[in-house]
Design a binder for this molecule. Structure first.
Ligand SMILES: Nc1nc2c(ncn2[C@@H]2O[C@H](COP(=O)(O)OP(=O)(O)OP(=O)(O)O)[C@@H](O)[C@H]2O)c(=O)[nH]1
Ligand SMILES: [Mg+2]
Length: 444
């Protein structure tokens, strides 16, 4: 008989929630998870045609009942025996038609039979408590559910599949191995010659270097929360707004032949190379006399200062002077506009015509390349929190050398392990878990 694995999570309640997105759809899934026996008890009252006990992983078709026992829908009933389920507990899924009203009736029926409505992320939290996945992967699940672009989904799946977890596990092995050696020597220190800590210290040093590299990779791979900003800037009338509209695929910003048309910075989200990007159109940069235009130029300079990438536009015949103060670390991408009108002004850069569409695909690709989008492998992504824990772990091992006393080295290894445990969950506090799971949706 399967043990009561579900109770490892603590509350012992039977959870119920809609597992599919809110709103109408073709199907909606109501999921129950809880202690073995009790979960099935709640669920069987909702699906009378299902034999008891049901066969695991078998789809039964049954009428579905509300709290008063009236038929509200008919659909499928699936039973997963603990611990072979998504949460590690006994799980039942009811697949109903996608009406929000039906779903609510089914949830209420489950509640009337003793289940409790799940809080955000509570299913995943139980999966975590039951060792079905680690915290890094659980966070990947949250990211994946919230992914709004192909790139976000691709990075999240890396976390879900355990890329970060695997690499952290390798470093942990090194740290644990070194710690065991160091502690053995601390216990029997008198009998051993000085300098025997060498191999352990070398392992710690290797771990530190791996952690630093990992921390950098996680920092470099962008995170779903930080949508990069691409600012279109340049002199008045250079064709910035026309380019903005072309990249956006709709006439969002005003375009006229009058220089100084754009005043406020206009910003929209677009998908470029599978990545969500905040694209900003700005006022043409010049010494403006008009006070309103002056404000616009100031806003443009602010936008440029906060940009991840600046497209510096230049129309044919214009000089090479950009008149731009670029933030340090931001390399401009020169874009020769109005390519259909004649040869480019200054040297270098891409050439586009927003009017004919020429060069726009190349520009999109170059933007994607500069932002590190669509990269195959190489840098993978973690969350800011994870990058921070990796760096803290590396710092804990900083400054260890051949002459470091064993106690100090062991303390460093322990601190590093603790920091890594916050990534995989072993040392995550309740508070941290609360914060992580509060960003999940109900039913996840
Ligand atoms: N032939 C041609 N004309 C263009 C192209 N892009 C823009 N224009 C024209 O150039 C003029 C200025 O375009 P805008 O997009 O308003 O230029 P802007 O840089 O936003 O100008 P400000 O907002 O005033 O700084 C308009 O008359 C556009 O029709 C292009 O690719 N080819
Ligand atoms: Mg404009």
């Amino acid at each position: 008989m399967a043990a009561l694995v579900g109770d490892a999570a603590g509350s012992g309640d039977v959870l119920v929630a809609r597992a599919t997105a809110a709103g109408a759809g073709a199907l909606a899934i109501v999921r129950l998870s809880g202690p073995s026996g009790r979960t099935l008890d709640v669920a069987r009252g909702l699906a009378p045609r299902v034999p008891f006990p049901p066969e695991a992983r078998h789809a039964y078709f049954s009428p579905l009942l509300d709290a008063d026992g009236a038929v509200v829908d008919e659909g499928l009933f699936l039973f997963f025996r603990a611990p072979a389920s998504s949460t590690g507990e006994e799980v039942v899924e009811l697949h109903a038609h996608g009406s929000p009203a039906v779903v609510e009736e089914l949830v209420r029926a489950a509640v009337s039979r003793g289940a409790r409505r799940a809080r955000p992320g509570e299913f995943t939290r139980r999966a975590l408590a039951n060792g079905k996945l680690d915290l890094a992967r659980a966070e990947g699940v949250g990211l994946l559910a919230a992914a709004a672009s192909r790139g976000e989904a691709r990075r999240a799946i890396g976390l879900v599949r355990g890329e970060l977890s695997r690499r952290v596990a390798l470093v942990r092995e090194d740290l644990l191995g070194a710690l065991v050696e160091l502690e053995a020597r601390l216990d029997f220190g008198d009998e051993l010659a000085a300098g025997d800590d060498g191999p352990a210290l070398a392992r710690l040093d290797r771990a530190r270097r791996t952690l630093e590299a990992l921390g950098e990779e996680v920092g470099a791979g962008r995170v779903a929360e930080g949508v990069p900003t691409v600012v279109i800037a340049g002199p008045p009338n250079a064709g910035k707004s026309t380019l903005f509209n072309a990249l956006l695929g709709e006439d969002r910003a005003l375009v006229t032949e009058v220089p100084g048309t754009t005043r406020d910075a206009v910003s929209e989200l677009v998908e470029i190379c599978g990545e969500r990007v905040r694209l900003v159109d700005t006022a043409g940069l010049r010494e403006a006399g008009d006070p309103v235009e002056k404000l616009g130029v100031e806003a443009a300079r602010r936008a440029v200062a906060g940009a991840d990438l600046v497209l510096v536009t230049r129309e044919p015949g214009a000089g090479a002077e950009t008149g731009l103060d670029l933030p340090s670390g931001v390399a401009p991408l020169l874009v020769g506009t109005k390519a259909d009108l004649g040869p480019a002004g200054g040297a270098g850069g891409l050439r586009v015509s927003a009017r004919t569409g020429a060069g726009l695909e190349e520009l999109r690709r170059e933007i994607g390349r500069r932002l590190g989008a669509g990269g195959e492998g190489g840098s993978f992504t973690g969350l800011p929190r994870q990058g921070e824990a990796l760096r803290r772990a590396a710092v804990a091992l900083d400054g260890l050398g051949p002459a470091t006393p064993g106690e100090l080295a062991a303390a460093g290894a322990r601190a590093a392990l603790h920091a890594l445990g916050e990534i995989t969950g072993e040392t995550a506090t309740e508070d941290l878990l609360d914060r992580v799971f509060s960003t999940f949706c109900v039913g996840k």
